[in-house]
Design a protein. Structure first.
Length: 195
């Protein structure tokens, strides 16, 4: 069973994450940051990962610690749930349109974290949410999930559409990468023999 439960507590946040990589996209995410919850819901739904996130963060300061630390926790839980990566596709990509926005995501569950982020969000806020935190989330997810992740905005005018397209594109790419390849279900997808 490719599942993980993780708790992470610091002076800034108290987080619990439950993941089922072989789910149907059922989600229940409550971080206290409305737009971020909406994005986490998109991540779960489009990756077909069952995900429950609870976070109590220092929102009286701002949303930064909550968003970054949830990215850390989800990345760690994802790494734990995927285990030795035997049989997975490993690579995934998606070109995702959402109205004016077109975002491409490509990733490798390589164990070697790296983020390439070519996304320009034209406004500093989406509602009360700081748009710079979108990158912070994916940086944390990539680093702690051991993911090489490239996200490129090809078109976009509306910050909400661009951010949502990025979450959905990464989710769809993740869904492909996590799928088990029936032709090599018992093999690590690397000539090195481990990832």
């Amino acid at each position: 069973m490719r599942r993980a439960t993780l708790t992470r507590t610091t002076a800034e946040t108290d987080i619990s994450v439950k993941l089922n990589l072989d789910g149907t996209g059922v989600y229940d995410n409550q971080t206290g940051v409305g737009f971020f919850d909406h994005m986490l819901d998109q991540l779960a739904r489009h990756a077909l990962i069952d995900m429950t996130v609870r976070c109590k963060g220092d929102l009286h300061i701002d949303d930064h610690h909550t968003v970054e630390d949830v990215g850390i926790a989800i990345g760690q839980a994802l790494s734990r749930a995927v285990g030795d990566k035997k049989g997975i596709q490993r690579y995934g990509s998606c070109l995702l349109p959402m109205d004016d926005a077109l975002v491409r995501a490509a990733l490798d569950l390589s164990g070697r974290p790296f983020l390439v982020w070519n996304v320009d969000l034209p406004t500093p806020k989406i509602g009360t949410f700081d748009t710079e935190l979108v990158r912070e989330f994916f940086q944390a997810l990539s680093t702690h999930g051991g993911i090489t992740l490239h996200v490129d905005m090809l078109h976009g005018l509306n910050s909400h559409h661009i951010a949502e397209a990025a979450f959905k594109a990464v989710a769809r790419a993740l869904r492909i990468a996590l799928e088990v390849d029936a032709r090599v279900a018992d093999a690590i997808p690397s000539t090195k023999g481990s990832l």
